[in-house]
Design a protein around this ligand. Structure first.
Ligand SMILES: Nc1ncnc2c1ncn2[C@@H]1O[C@H](COP(=O)(O)OP(=O)(O)OP(=O)(O)O)[C@@H](O)[C@H]1O
Length: 247
Protein backbone atom coordinates (compact mmCIF):
# COMPACT_ATOMS: atom_id res chain seq x y z
CA UNK A 1 0.00 0.00 0.00
CA UNK A 2 1.29 3.40 -0.91
CA UNK A 3 -0.14 6.69 0.27
CA UNK A 4 0.47 9.83 -1.75
CA UNK A 5 -0.41 13.38 -0.90
CA UNK A 6 0.19 15.84 -3.70
CA UNK A 7 0.07 19.61 -3.77
CA UNK A 8 -2.46 19.88 -0.94
CA UNK A 9 -3.94 23.33 -0.23
CA UNK A 10 -6.43 24.32 2.45
CA UNK A 11 -7.75 27.52 4.06
CA UNK A 12 -10.11 28.48 6.87
CA UNK A 13 -12.24 31.60 6.29
CA UNK A 14 -9.94 32.72 3.49
CA UNK A 15 -6.82 32.26 5.66
CA UNK A 16 -4.44 29.76 4.02
CA UNK A 17 -3.29 26.99 6.40
CA UNK A 18 -1.84 24.32 4.08
CA UNK A 19 0.14 25.50 1.06
CA UNK A 20 1.18 22.83 -1.40
CA UNK A 21 2.05 19.93 0.91
CA UNK A 22 3.52 16.82 -0.72
CA UNK A 23 4.21 13.65 1.19
CA UNK A 24 4.17 9.90 0.75
CA UNK A 25 4.21 6.74 2.84
CA UNK A 26 5.15 3.18 1.99
CA UNK A 27 3.44 0.18 3.55
CA UNK A 28 4.69 -0.48 7.07
CA UNK A 29 6.60 2.79 7.35
CA UNK A 30 6.74 4.90 10.51
CA UNK A 31 6.81 8.54 9.44
CA UNK A 32 6.73 11.61 11.71
CA UNK A 33 5.59 15.17 11.08
CA UNK A 34 7.21 17.88 13.13
CA UNK A 35 6.49 21.61 12.90
CA UNK A 36 5.71 24.74 14.87
CA UNK A 37 2.57 25.00 16.96
CA UNK A 38 -0.50 25.94 14.93
CA UNK A 39 1.16 25.32 11.55
CA UNK A 40 -1.60 22.97 10.38
CA UNK A 41 -0.54 19.44 11.40
CA UNK A 42 -3.91 18.41 12.83
CA UNK A 43 -5.63 20.00 9.83
CA UNK A 44 -3.50 17.78 7.61
CA UNK A 45 -4.73 14.73 9.55
CA UNK A 46 -8.34 15.91 9.23
CA UNK A 47 -7.84 16.16 5.46
CA UNK A 48 -6.26 12.67 5.24
CA UNK A 49 -9.11 11.06 7.20
CA UNK A 50 -11.77 12.79 5.12
CA UNK A 51 -13.08 14.98 7.96
CA UNK A 52 -12.20 18.06 5.89
CA UNK A 53 -12.11 18.47 2.11
CA UNK A 54 -9.03 20.23 0.72
CA UNK A 55 -9.41 23.18 -1.63
CA UNK A 56 -6.87 21.68 -3.96
CA UNK A 57 -4.62 18.66 -4.27
CA UNK A 58 -4.70 14.88 -4.23
CA UNK A 59 -4.74 12.23 -1.52
CA UNK A 60 -4.55 8.67 -2.77
CA UNK A 61 -4.20 5.20 -1.25
CA UNK A 62 -2.76 2.76 -3.79
CA UNK A 63 -3.63 5.19 -6.53
CA UNK A 64 -7.28 5.50 -5.44
CA UNK A 65 -8.49 8.99 -4.65
CA UNK A 66 -9.77 9.18 -1.05
CA UNK A 67 -10.60 12.86 -0.73
CA UNK A 68 -13.60 13.31 1.55
CA UNK A 69 -13.85 9.54 2.09
CA UNK A 70 -13.87 8.01 5.54
CA UNK A 71 -12.84 4.58 6.72
CA UNK A 72 -9.34 4.06 5.32
CA UNK A 73 -7.43 5.35 8.35
CA UNK A 74 -7.68 5.05 12.11
CA UNK A 75 -7.14 8.32 13.93
CA UNK A 76 -6.03 8.97 17.47
CA UNK A 77 -6.72 12.65 18.02
CA UNK A 78 -4.67 14.85 20.32
CA UNK A 79 -7.40 14.81 22.94
CA UNK A 80 -8.59 11.28 22.37
CA UNK A 81 -10.29 10.89 25.70
CA UNK A 82 -11.78 7.74 27.09
CA UNK A 83 -15.41 7.93 28.17
CA UNK A 84 -15.31 7.88 31.99
CA UNK A 85 -18.68 6.09 32.26
CA UNK A 86 -17.59 3.17 30.07
CA UNK A 87 -15.19 0.43 31.18
CA UNK A 88 -11.74 0.18 29.60
CA UNK A 89 -12.94 -2.76 27.48
CA UNK A 90 -16.05 -0.87 26.32
CA UNK A 91 -13.85 2.11 25.47
CA UNK A 92 -11.39 0.12 23.36
CA UNK A 93 -14.26 -1.54 21.49
CA UNK A 94 -15.68 1.80 20.39
CA UNK A 95 -13.70 1.71 17.11
CA UNK A 96 -15.08 -1.65 15.92
CA UNK A 97 -18.55 -0.63 17.19
CA UNK A 98 -18.54 2.52 15.07
CA UNK A 99 -17.80 0.45 11.96
CA UNK A 100 -20.58 -1.99 12.95
CA UNK A 101 -18.20 -4.94 13.19
CA UNK A 102 -18.48 -5.45 16.87
CA UNK A 103 -18.68 -9.17 17.25
CA UNK A 104 -17.58 -11.62 19.90
CA UNK A 105 -14.46 -11.96 17.78
CA UNK A 106 -13.55 -8.28 18.18
CA UNK A 107 -14.05 -8.58 21.91
CA UNK A 108 -11.88 -11.68 22.12
CA UNK A 109 -9.16 -10.02 20.10
CA UNK A 110 -9.30 -6.92 22.32
CA UNK A 111 -9.05 -9.05 25.46
CA UNK A 112 -6.10 -10.99 24.05
CA UNK A 113 -4.24 -7.71 23.48
CA UNK A 114 -4.75 -6.28 26.98
CA UNK A 115 -1.50 -7.83 28.33
CA UNK A 116 0.56 -6.50 25.39
CA UNK A 117 -0.84 -3.03 26.04
CA UNK A 118 -0.04 -3.27 29.76
CA UNK A 119 -3.73 -3.20 30.71
CA UNK A 120 -4.27 -6.72 31.97
CA UNK A 121 -6.81 -6.94 34.80
CA UNK A 122 -8.15 -3.46 34.01
CA UNK A 123 -10.64 -4.69 31.38
CA UNK A 124 -13.67 -4.01 33.56
CA UNK A 125 -12.33 -1.00 35.44
CA UNK A 126 -13.28 2.57 34.58
CA UNK A 127 -10.66 4.92 33.06
CA UNK A 128 -10.56 7.03 36.25
CA UNK A 129 -8.30 4.47 37.93
CA UNK A 130 -5.73 4.35 35.10
CA UNK A 131 -2.43 6.26 35.13
CA UNK A 132 -1.72 8.77 32.30
CA UNK A 133 0.41 6.22 30.43
CA UNK A 134 -2.26 3.52 30.76
CA UNK A 135 -4.95 5.87 29.44
CA UNK A 136 -2.83 6.60 26.37
CA UNK A 137 -2.19 2.87 25.86
CA UNK A 138 -5.94 2.22 26.08
CA UNK A 139 -6.59 4.93 23.47
CA UNK A 140 -3.84 3.39 21.32
CA UNK A 141 -5.36 -0.08 21.69
CA UNK A 142 -8.67 1.36 20.46
CA UNK A 143 -6.85 2.85 17.45
CA UNK A 144 -4.98 -0.42 16.73
CA UNK A 145 -8.25 -2.41 16.87
CA UNK A 146 -9.78 -0.07 14.34
CA UNK A 147 -7.84 -1.92 11.63
CA UNK A 148 -7.21 0.46 8.79
CA UNK A 149 -4.47 0.86 6.24
CA UNK A 150 -3.02 3.91 7.96
CA UNK A 151 -2.77 4.88 11.63
CA UNK A 152 -2.70 8.61 12.33
CA UNK A 153 -1.37 9.45 15.79
CA UNK A 154 -1.60 13.12 16.81
CA UNK A 155 0.89 13.70 19.65
CA UNK A 156 -0.19 10.66 21.64
CA UNK A 157 2.46 11.15 24.33
CA UNK A 158 2.48 14.96 24.54
CA UNK A 159 0.93 15.09 28.01
CA UNK A 160 3.11 12.42 29.64
CA UNK A 161 6.12 12.93 31.91
CA UNK A 162 9.56 12.34 30.37
CA UNK A 163 10.19 8.92 31.91
CA UNK A 164 6.76 7.49 31.05
CA UNK A 165 7.17 8.92 27.57
CA UNK A 166 10.49 7.12 27.05
CA UNK A 167 8.97 3.84 28.18
CA UNK A 168 6.08 4.37 25.78
CA UNK A 169 8.49 4.87 22.87
CA UNK A 170 10.12 1.45 23.26
CA UNK A 171 6.74 -0.11 23.87
CA UNK A 172 5.12 1.52 20.81
CA UNK A 173 7.98 0.35 18.56
CA UNK A 174 7.56 -3.19 19.83
CA UNK A 175 3.82 -3.10 19.09
CA UNK A 176 4.38 -1.49 15.70
CA UNK A 177 6.90 -4.12 14.61
CA UNK A 178 4.59 -6.93 15.77
CA UNK A 179 1.47 -5.49 14.17
CA UNK A 180 3.09 -4.17 10.99
CA UNK A 181 1.08 -1.00 10.58
CA UNK A 182 1.79 2.12 8.58
CA UNK A 183 2.00 5.07 10.97
CA UNK A 184 1.93 8.84 10.49
CA UNK A 185 2.87 10.45 13.79
CA UNK A 186 2.68 14.11 14.87
CA UNK A 187 5.11 15.29 17.51
CA UNK A 188 6.75 18.47 18.82
CA UNK A 189 9.77 16.51 20.03
CA UNK A 190 12.79 16.10 17.75
CA UNK A 191 14.08 13.23 19.91
CA UNK A 192 10.75 11.42 19.77
CA UNK A 193 10.63 11.81 15.98
CA UNK A 194 14.17 10.46 15.50
CA UNK A 195 13.82 7.58 17.95
CA UNK A 196 10.57 6.30 16.44
CA UNK A 197 10.68 7.06 12.73
CA UNK A 198 11.95 5.74 9.42
CA UNK A 199 11.50 9.20 7.91
CA UNK A 200 10.67 12.68 9.19
CA UNK A 201 8.99 15.60 7.44
CA UNK A 202 9.58 19.07 8.87
CA UNK A 203 6.70 21.45 8.23
CA UNK A 204 7.10 25.23 8.04
CA UNK A 205 4.94 27.84 9.79
CA UNK A 206 1.38 28.51 8.66
CA UNK A 207 0.53 28.40 5.78
CA UNK A 208 2.54 25.23 6.02
CA UNK A 209 4.57 23.32 3.48
CA UNK A 210 7.23 20.62 3.74
CA UNK A 211 10.58 22.33 4.28
CA UNK A 212 12.71 19.26 4.91
CA UNK A 213 12.43 15.49 4.52
CA UNK A 214 15.02 13.24 6.16
CA UNK A 215 15.60 9.51 6.48
CA UNK A 216 16.60 8.28 9.91
CA UNK A 217 19.80 6.29 9.37
CA UNK A 218 19.57 4.29 12.62
CA UNK A 219 19.08 0.52 12.52
CA UNK A 220 16.15 -1.26 14.18
CA UNK A 221 15.45 -2.27 16.84
CA UNK A 222 16.11 1.19 18.24
CA UNK A 223 18.02 1.41 21.51
CA UNK A 224 18.45 4.33 23.89
CA UNK A 225 22.26 4.09 23.46
CA UNK A 226 21.76 5.20 19.84
CA UNK A 227 20.76 8.67 21.03
CA UNK A 228 24.44 9.53 21.63
CA UNK A 229 25.82 8.23 18.33
CA UNK A 230 27.30 10.55 15.70
CA UNK A 231 24.44 9.82 13.23
CA UNK A 232 21.82 10.67 15.83
CA UNK A 233 23.44 13.91 16.93
CA UNK A 234 24.03 15.03 13.32
CA UNK A 235 20.40 14.39 12.40
CA UNK A 236 19.23 16.21 15.52
CA UNK A 237 21.39 19.20 14.59
CA UNK A 238 19.92 19.23 11.06
CA UNK A 239 16.34 19.11 12.38
CA UNK A 240 17.02 21.77 15.03
CA UNK A 241 18.48 24.09 12.39
CA UNK A 242 15.43 23.61 10.17
CA UNK A 243 12.98 24.22 13.04
CA UNK A 244 14.77 27.11 14.71
CA UNK A 245 15.56 28.94 11.46
CA UNK A 246 11.82 29.54 11.03
CA UNK A 247 11.46 31.49 14.26
N1 LIG B 1 -12.16 24.27 11.91
C1 LIG B 1 -11.37 25.35 11.89
N2 LIG B 1 -11.86 26.58 11.59
C2 LIG B 1 -11.06 27.66 11.54
N3 LIG B 1 -9.74 27.64 11.81
C3 LIG B 1 -9.20 26.45 12.13
C4 LIG B 1 -9.97 25.25 12.18
N4 LIG B 1 -9.14 24.21 12.51
C5 LIG B 1 -7.91 24.76 12.66
N5 LIG B 1 -7.94 26.09 12.43
C6 LIG B 1 -6.78 26.99 12.45
O1 LIG B 1 -5.82 26.46 11.55
C7 LIG B 1 -4.50 26.61 12.09
C8 LIG B 1 -3.82 25.28 12.17
O2 LIG B 1 -4.39 24.50 13.21
P1 LIG B 1 -3.95 23.00 13.53
O3 LIG B 1 -4.70 22.54 14.71
O4 LIG B 1 -4.03 22.20 12.28
O5 LIG B 1 -2.39 23.22 13.90
P2 LIG B 1 -1.36 22.23 14.59
O6 LIG B 1 -0.10 22.36 13.82
O7 LIG B 1 -1.95 20.87 14.71
O8 LIG B 1 -1.22 22.90 16.04
P3 LIG B 1 -0.62 22.32 17.40
O9 LIG B 1 0.80 21.95 17.10
O10 LIG B 1 -0.69 23.49 18.33
O11 LIG B 1 -1.47 21.17 17.79
C9 LIG B 1 -4.65 27.31 13.43
O12 LIG B 1 -4.44 28.68 13.25
C10 LIG B 1 -6.10 27.02 13.81
O13 LIG B 1 -6.62 28.06 14.61
Amino acid sequence: MEINICNLHHSFDGEPVIKGVNLSLQKGEFVSLIGPSGCGKSTLFNLITGLEIPEEGEISFNGVNVIGKRGHSSYMMQKDLLFPWKTVLENVLLGPKITRHQTEQAKEEALSLFPLFGLEEYEHHYPGVLSGGMKQRAALLRTFLHKKELMLLDEPFGALDALTREKMHSWLLQIWSQMQRTVLFITHSIDEAIFLSDRIYVLGPRPTEVILEVKVPLPRPRKKEMTVTHEYVELKRQLMNALYEMN
